[in-house]
Design a protein around this ligand. Sequence first.
Ligand code: SF4
Length: 465
Amino acid sequence: MATIYIETHGCQMNEADSNDVAARAAASGYAVVERPEDANVLVLNTCTVRDNAERRAYGRIHHFKELMSADASVRLVVMGCLAEQDRDRMKNNAPHIDAVFGTKEIAELGDTLSAWRDDFTDTEYSEERALLMPLGGTADAVTDAYTHLRDFVTVQRGCSYYCTFCIVPHVRGRFDHRPSAEILSEVRAKVHAGAREIMLVGQTVNAWRDPATGQDFASLCRDVAAVDGLERITFISPHPKDFTEAMIAEFSRIPKLAPRIHLPLQSGSDAMLRRMNRKYTRAQFQERLDWIATYLPHWAVTTDIIVGFPGETDDDFEATMEFVRSGVFANAYMFIYSIRRGTPAARWEQVDEVVKHERFVKLTDAQNAHVRAYNDRLIGRTVRGLIVGPSKKDRSKLTMKSGDNVTMIAPMPPEYDEQRYAREPWLDMIVDDARVWGCTGRIVRQAEHLEDEGVRVSAPMISLV
Ligand code: SF4
């Protein structure tokens, strides 16, 4: 049987695309494998949001070359943002790549896989190759017993906002909104296939509009929530500019929405927001926080912050720190600005590296203290989450995600059974301890549906040896 390995770098949009490729490959008769050493076709889904993402992708392309020189039948496909950006460069510098597909060519990639499939039907699995060439990496598109429980639906591709640090509009193009009917039919199909949670994905997801009717994102969420069998909805990544008071008020009337809203600040300084071309001011950002506090008082607010953007002064940085110190963010993805080829900010005078790093340490120290405080307040409470599966670090433990996106880890109950946990995937955990990365505790109940009371789960034996 033909086999395929899919490795994904970058954002949820890429994860959604990889899932799509995995589904197309499976429909064409491929088995999706967990190790590159076991694959006939290697697919690398690349990201170019930061310089190190690009270096990592080229590193993997180089690793795969070793595998391909040991077995000439193996084929390598590169897709995603870096493929779009470096299409010609890749063909010249890495001729072992068999095919390059841009971000809008997933259907063509599916057709190519289908055309290749018969070339591999006679190939045999080589344990020798697997032993000789352990390449590491993570096969993100591999399906396990729980993968189908949460799925992605892309509502929009591209972005028309041209933030001066971002490569996305250059490689993915301008907004391209999918029609509501198409989105709903994909949601129904995924729920029918077992999804309990759907993440609506778009580069600027809340700017979505139905191309024919102009229907807005809040109304789309209401329609998605009406899909029978769907239990939880999340969305990523919204833009502060596109939230209106009416939209946030509407969210409060959609109980299936998970209680977490991502509101990327990037910087707390008006001067920096202008240079970044973010299209909102500090005051407008605060206005959105006030709407959230009014209509969604129990929701967690998470954010993205960049430090060391070209031109950032101590005062600009201090303006960002004011937001962070207020404790408004339950969690934050924090980055040191790094140059992206082809963006305006790449040509501007850069902030000194030492200064950038000092600011980053101050920022992460302050924000992590609030993350810890946010998680600490859960200690002693019972929190319901959707199972993710055995913990990657310790297979004797289970991971779940709460509605506000906190990672929860607990010892596997003694009667753990994969099939049963896939059918009854909502777990109640009593939180015993909290960290910056999430919480630990004990699973006490298990339910088939989010709103069910569930049944008791016996605690694991504690070894005193
Ligand atoms: S809104 Fe800005 S950061 Fe987000 S994808 Fe568009 S250009 Fe990039």
